[in-house]
Write a protein that binds this ligand. Structure first.
Ligand code: SF4
Ligand code: SF4
Length: 118
């Protein structure tokens, strides 16, 4: 079930700061820096797909009057993110990016093994 935008939820501080600085990217990192979620504000059309597919309720929609769409996705609980990548894979506009240090390391290990066994 799609979560409707709560009109009482204002633009989050990090989005406000990015807008004030003219930046189009907001990155929220976990306290151990192992995981981060980046929102590309310019590409987000506020469709809520990422909110719907996230199994950990990491994301929510917020009102963003500076966007023509009127809403944006916000990261509310980065510590809960399990880096499943569902939000990134399902976003139709490449507006959300997930980084996982653990997965990144596994990818590098696989590449190194493949290169060593050539
Ligand atoms: S799925 Fe993509 S475009 Fe839709 S709200 Fe999430 S980040 Fe924005
Ligand atoms: S990577 Fe998975 S858990 Fe993290 S925000 Fe995206 S959908 Fe949610």
């Amino acid at each position: 079930m799609a979560e409707t935008v709560d009109t009482k939820v204002p633009v989050a501080a990090e989005h406000e700061e990015a807008a004030a600085l003219g930046e189009d990217t907001v990155t929220i990192s976990s306290s151990d820096n192992q995981t981060s979620v980046t929102i590309h504000r310019h590409y987000c059309k506020g469709c809520e797909i990422c909110v719907e597919v996230c199994p950990k309720e990491v994301l929510r929609m917020i009102v963003a009057t500076d966007r023509w769409e009127g809403s944006l996705v916000e990261v509310v609980d980065i510590e809960a993110c399990n880096a499943c990548m569902l939000c990134e894979y399902q976003c139709p506009d490449f507006a959300i990016e997930v980084y996982s240090a653990r997965k990144d390391m596994k990818k590098k290990e696989k590449k190194a093994i493949a290169a060593a066994t050539k």
